[in-house]
Design a protein around this ligand. Structure first.
Ligand code: ATP
Ligand code: MG
Length: 442
């Protein structure tokens, strides 16, 4: 992508409304624009990051055996009357009427709708286990939308729903998602800690929130420091192996971890003080097993191996991609801007032409830009007619992990500089060596 043809509306000034660093940087880097309170446009730079976050989520959901579909944002109130949540959900639900005066709503979550999909088609235990997910916008009329897309009213959620014949199957389904979540967040450069959670209005008896530690987090959390070193399930994780998954679950729940709602102070204080971690955190995911709460109310049954009808056991599993983007920034930035982990970077590299219009600089940059693009690297080429200082500031702000800097003096000697955004280390290489370095991935 050539910057001169991209749409990157960078803000020079710090936006007053931004209280936390991720919100400030997302606005300054032209990633999002607020349209009305808690409702955002994802501008092209932000959209690129969001797409990469979603791609990782999708890969790990698929690996764990979940199957993607897409449900609508608007739902009929009737479904929610069946479960009893139409009245129970309260003011967070945006209620709408269509032209026939039929009550509709903008979905805050999809348990009812997925249960309706399930009951329409699945009649036998032979079609289980089943886990269906989508990545779709939700709307919750939050009392205090704040911190940009961290707590917005319209936001994206990956929500998965599992269906099993009995509790045992449902616990296996839960553990699949538990392991998949650990893998998902790690791939984004985050360490998420599963914490015992309150099941809230969704109901049920087994639930964990996945929390990223961050000073600006809205939750107060308490856990054992061992969580910082536990191993993440590898690529070879067998999601069909119920005992193996239980082993992962047992390990990751073997130490104390709870949010303030579930906090048990005496249990926490029983841990030696030097091993206690009391901090703030951001909830990026939440998983629930809630048994037959919706299947019972909505008649989702299958015929079991015994020939009898069984009400299915369900779980639901949420991740907030539009919250993860600021969470990643909270975890990875410095005073000059964002430092993207490579896996979610909007551009893996940026080529900075220090003197656009200078024939030699232009030629060197074009060569590098073409070579990296052809190698399948997401590269941004700053070909704009701006002074070098402004270009460096932009590159640091938008946070591409690698910068390739071409100036007249270096290019005359056949050389460019490579700067690592994270460490700030610079190295001078020949143009060819720079291309080789980046295309060989080390
Ligand atoms: P919170 O406690 O932060 O309000 P929640 O418990 O209401 O979240 P869930 O219903 O568990 O959220 O939704 C699943 C995921 O969706 C959350 O873990 C979070 O990542 C994301 N999410 C929920 N509400 C919002 C929001 N208002 N803005 C952005 N993401 C959200
Ligand atoms: Mg929650």
């Amino acid at each position: 992508m050539r910057l001169s043809r991209f749409f990157l509306p960078i803000l020079k000034e710090n936006p007053k409304e931004a209280e936390i660093v991720s919100h400030r940087l997302m606005l300054r880097a032209g990633m999002v624009k607020q349209q009305s309170q808690g409702i955002y446009t994802w501008l092209p730079l932000g959209k690129r990051v969001l797409d990469k976050v979603n791609a990782i989520i999708r890969e790990e959901q698929n690996r764990a055996g979940a199957i993607e579909l897409l449900m609508p944002t608007l739902q009929s109130a009737e479904l929610w009357q069946e479960s009893g949540r139409y009245d129970a959900y309260g003011k967070e639900m945006l209620r709408i009427k269509d032209r026939q005066e039929r009550p509709m709503l903008y979905g805050p979550t999809n348990e009812e709708m997925i249960t309706d999909v399930f009951r329409s088609y699945v009649k036998s235990y032979k079609d289980l286990p089943l886990n269906l997910y989508h990545i779709q916008l939700k709307f919750r009329d939050e009392i205090r939308p704040r911190f940009g897309t961290m707590r917005s009213r319209e936001f994206l959620m990956k929500d998965a729903y599992s269906f099993d014949l009995n509790r045992e199957g449902a616990v296996h389904a839960y553990n699949r998602m538990f392991a998949a979540y650990l893998r998902t967040f790690t791939r984004m450069g985050l360490r998420a800690i599963p914490m015992r959670a309150d099941t809230g209005p969704i109901g049920g008896d087994l639930s964990h929130e996945f929390i990223i530690l961050a000073d600006t987090g809205e939750s107060e959390v308490f856990c054992h420091k061992d969580f910082l070193n536990f191993d993440i399930p590898g690529l070879d994780t067998n999601f069909d192996d119920a005992a193996g998954l239980k082993g992962i679950f047992d390990k990751w729940t073997s130490r104390y971890a709870a949010t303030s709602e579930m906090h048990d102070a005496p249990a926490f204080e029983a841990i030696p003080e030097s091993e206690r971690l009391s901090a703030r955190g951001i909830e990026v995911g939440h998983i629930f097993y809630f048994g037959t709460k919706y299947s019972e109310a909505m008649g989702a049954k299958v015929q079991g191996p015994d020939g009898k009808e069984h009400t299915v056991h369900m779980g639901s599993y949420g991740i907030g991609p539009t919250r993860l983007v600021p969470a990643i920034i909270e975890a990875s930035h410095d005073e000059n801007g964002i430092i993207w982990p490579k896996a979610v970077a909007p551009f893996e590299a940026i080529v900075i032409n220090m003197k656009s219009g200078d024939a030699a600089c232009d030629a060197a940059c074009e060569t590098i830009y073409a070579a990296l693009s052809n190698a399948g690297i997401d590269v941004l080429y700053d070909d704009k007619d701006e002074r070098a200082g402004a270009k460096f500031a932009t590159a640091d702000l938008i946070g591409a992990p690698v910068q390739i800097i071409a100036g007249p003096r270096g290019v005359a000697a056949g050389e460019v500089e490579i700067k690592d955004r994270k460490t700030g280390e610079r190295e001078t290489l020949t143009i060819e060596a720079a291309i080789n370095r980046l295309t060989s991935g080390n």
